[in-house]
Write a protein that binds this ligand. Structure first.
Ligand SMILES: Nc1ncnc2c1ncn2[C@@H]1O[C@H](COP(=O)(O)OP(=O)(O)OP(=O)(O)O)[C@@H](O)[C@H]1O
Length: 327
């Protein structure tokens, strides 16, 4: 559905020298540096996938989404989305995709929501019956009724985002590009939006590419994540593999039948030790094997295994540049 090959976007950034205007010659020859916002990225996404596109601030996520949605022309590389090139034949292309930028609205600021949506109906030539049934479905799922007649400028951020999502999907696009769709929202609003995206993906087999800094979005929605930094794709795979490779240690909390003088076990470290409750940390051994080793020596009453959280895994990757050798 989406094929990206060696895609790059480089920006020339003019250097600004401090001090007075240095004359016209300097104005025209002013030095510039090259910023490789996206630098040779390749991936493919199958129909119906929901892929999380992650990376620290300035990594190149929005620049990629802008190129895929045809808003930016790449410096080099190839993109094919549903067989079309995003920046050619714009009219045909925009009817196949939906785009939501969490940071800005595509709706008309001064118009009531419903009028903005009706304008989209005309722009995308959505048949009246289809428009009505989609609107009804999205209105219910997103709870739009209460503010359908409110001008967009008066909406809360959460309401605006819901209206934008509705607008992006009214013409039944096969592909949805979402750039931080839950940014700045409270927990309930985020959940509502996640449920909606999940619904659309499952019911309509819409392919979704999503950038976010909220890893709960990723955990709820994505089977696959791509991590980008400094314009390079550093990881492309599923979340369990990411956790396994870059996650911190797992924990096994054991309640013993009695207090033992020594609770050490090969393959695990003893962490917190409070009378009969001991927390082991481990990484390179299966939980079942560790439990077997412990139960051979001591009498166990209860136990819990705690997985490292994805939040910690991603932080670990960003902080320690763990992926600097591309996989
Ligand atoms: N039009 C532009 N001109 C010059 N530089 C740009 C332009 N657009 C983006 N950049 C730069 O390209 C780099 C990548 O920006 P981009 O917006 O793609 O990052 P991002 O991963 O979406 O970050 P964030 O998570 O902060 O939104 C940044 O250094 C940014 O300053």
């Amino acid at each position: 559905m989406i094929e990206v090959e060696n895609l790059s976007k480089h920006f020339h950034i003019r250097k600004h020298h401090k001090g007075a205007f240095a004359g016209w010659k300097n104005f025209f020859t002013r030095e510039s540096t090259l910023l490789r916002a996206v630098d040779g990225i390749s991936f493919s996404i199958q129909r119906g996938e929901t892929v999380g596109y992650l990376g620290p601030n300035g990594a190149g996520k929005s620049t990629t989404i802008k190129m895929l949605s045809g808003l930016l022309f790449p410096t080099s590389g190839k993109v094919s989305v549903g067989g079309l090139v995003p920046w050619q034949n714009r009219k045909a292309y925009v009817s196949r995709i939906g785009v939501v930028f969490g940071q800005r609205t595509t709706l008309w600021w001064d118009l009531p929501v419903i009028e903005s949506l009706e304008l989209f109906q005309h722009i995308y030539k959505v048949p009246a019956e289809r428009f009505r049934s989609n609107l009804k479905e999205f209105e219910d799922l997103l709870g739009l009724k209460e503010f359908m007649h409110t001008p967009v400028r008066s909406l809360s951020l959460g309401q605006r985002m819901r209206a934008d999502l509705c607008a992006a999907l009214l013409h039944d696009p096969e592909i949805l590009f979402l750039d931080e769709p839950t940014i700045g929202l409270d927990i309930l609003a985020k959940e509502r939006i996640r449920e909606f995206i999940l619904h659309v993906n499952q019911q309509r087999e819409t392919t979704v590419l999503l950038t976010t800094h909220d890893l709960s979005d990723v955990q709820t929605l994505c089977q696959r994540v791509m991590i980008i930094d400094h314009g390079h794709l550093l990881y492309d795979g599923d979340i369990p593999t990411l956790q396994k490779r870059f996650g911190g240690e797992r924990e096994l909390i054991v309640d013993f039948a009695e207090t033992y003088p020594d609770v050490s076990i090969p393959g695990a470290k003893v962490g917190k030790w409070d009378h009969t409750r001991v927390t082991y940390t481990f990484k390179d051994i299966a939980a079942s094997e560790l439990i077997r080793r412990i139960s051979e020596r001591y009498s166990i009453v209860d136990l819990t295994v705690k997985e490292p959280d994805i939040e910690g895994t991603i932080r670990n990757i960003y902080q320690h540049d763990l992926l600097s050798a591309p996989v």
